[in-house]
Design a protein around this ligand. Structure first.
Ligand code: GDP
Ligand code: GDP
Length: 404
């Protein structure tokens, strides 16, 4: 199911990143330990009152060559309006209401998106009066919070959750494989979509996905049905923020969440850059089946070692994703294109695999026999029982106890 998206907008320095980090909380610490995952993140997930959501800090989005505050705040608001289900509009109690706040309020108001006003830096209860002027923004009761002290954040999330729309299940059947194509701009995502569809000679009409803005493209091959997730996101062009890394990561993130299989496109001509690692890191974190697709293989000068070297480079750069197979192809000439879908089918099957409990327990018992768990304070860890609790990805729980 697609998770609802919450965006935080507001002027620089009102405390957006502070609150963003508080809301995503512990998760940040956990994911940051993983290699290949960007530290400079603007997109995270949170949970409150049993609801999970994605949250965007639009303040992290810098507009290239754009240092004028108002322009970038306006851009953030536009982005939030486009992407979010509920917008947290953050203002600053210490500086009071500003013209920039008013202008953002106008934009948000016209969008008719649900908005919650958060008045930050209300560091002591005695200053509660400071929030009244923010009623004039026209979004109902402002919520007083303090990023420094962590107060009011529960109230803020209560107000946000109340405004979240009901998210519908994706209406695709179980046996449809949902495929997302991700990768930095110009790597060939649209070309690969066209190549896949062209090869099928199937005239498809776009169907609107359940997530607002998402256009999904279904097709069928050898009796297997697929749907390409968010092909609209790939086609959208020309907006200033399209070219910023953070924007493309954010767009990719939303497609990843709805996919079963993620195709991570790499430009075979240019090789791997840091941005590829960030993007792949998101697919990894989301626990999706992934395939590396090295595109533009037609223009690469090759000898008998070229492919092997490229494989090595992928394995070195993405050490956290050794499980993802690699396919080399050209979306343009369609050479080796036929290799792709069988790999997609394979990883999708693996991703949905169920392993019998007795088999799991046998494997773990063998592993323990070969390599005893460590002692801790003179006590040995004992593994009692192993069982698979979920598929996509296969999720295994190990029950253990410390034995004297
Ligand atoms: P952003 O630019 O909107 O993302 O703002 P930041 O989160 O980077 O915060 C800007 C500054 O305000 C930093 O120096 C924060 O430490 C400070 N700040 C954030 N929240 C509070 C708060 O609740 N009270 C006070 N006094 N300062 C805060
Ligand atoms: P996107 O931004 O990832 O959707 O990339 P596009 O599909 O728009 O492709 C960007 C550019 O790369 C276009 O000029 C394509 O013609 C070119 N391109 C895409 N795939 C290939 C390929 O396999 N080989 C070559 N030589 N060029 C390609």
């Amino acid at each position: 199911m697609a998770r609802p998206v919450i965006a935080i907008v507001g002027r620089p320095n009102v405390g957006k990143s502070t609150i963003f980090n508080r809301i995503i909380g512990d998760r940040l610490a956990i994911v940051e330990d993983k290699p290949g995952v960007t530290r400079d993140r603007i997109y995270g997930s949170g949970e409150w009152s049993g609801k999970t959501f994605s949250i965007i800090d639009t303040g992290g989005i810098e507009i290239d060559g754009e240092d004028e505050i108002m322009k970038s705040v306006r851009m953030q608001a536009e982005l939030a309006i486009e992407e979010a289900d509920v917008i947290i509009f953050m203002v600053d109690a210490k500086s009071g209401l500003t013209n920039a706040d008013d202008e953002v309020a106008q934009m948000l108001y016209r969008s008719r998106k649900p908005v919650v006003v958060a008045v930050n830096k209300v560091d002591n209860i005695g200053r509660m009066d400071d929030i009244y002027e923010f009623y004039s923004l026209g979004f109902g009761q402002p919520i007083a919070i303090s990023g420094s002290h962590g107060t009011g954040i529960g109230d803020l999330l209560d107000a946000v959750i109340e405004k979240l729309p009901e998210m519908k299940e994706d209406e695709y059947d179980e046996d449809v494989i949902r495929v997302a194509l991700i990768g930095r701009p110009n790597v060939g995502k649209s070309s690969l979509v066209n190549a896949l569809l062209g090869e099928e000679r199937v005239i498809v009409s776009d169907v609107a996905g359940t997530t607002r803005d998402a256009i999904d493209t279904p097709f069928e091959r050898d009796g297997q049905r697929y749907v390409l997730i968010d092909t609209a996101g790939m086609r959208k062009r020309g907006k200033v923020y399209e070219t910023t890394e953070k924007y493309s990561v954010m767009r990719a993130m939303k497609a990843i969440e709805r996919a079963d299989v993620v195709l991570i496109l790499i430009n075979g001509e240019e090789g791997i850059i840091e941005q590829d690692k960030h993007i792949a890191g998101y697919a990894h974190e989301a626990g999706k089946a992934s395939v590396f697709v090295v595109n533009k293989w037609d223009v690469v000068e090759k000898d008998d070692k070229t492919m092997q070297n490229f494989v090595q480079s992928i394995r070195d750069n993405f050490q956290f994703m050794t499980y993802a197979p690699i396919v080399f192809l050209s979306a343009k000439t369609k050479s080796r294109l036929h290799k792709l879908l069988p790999v997609v089918n394979h990883v999708s099957e693996q991703h949905a695999m169920r392993i019998q409990t007795h088999l799991l327990n046998d494997v773990v018992a063998d592993a323990v026999a070969m390599n005893q768990p460590p002692y801790d304070k003179g006590k040995r860890l004992r593994i009692n029982y192993v069982t698979q609790v979920a598929v996509r990805p296969p999720t295994i729980v190990i029950l253990s106890m410390i034995r004297n």
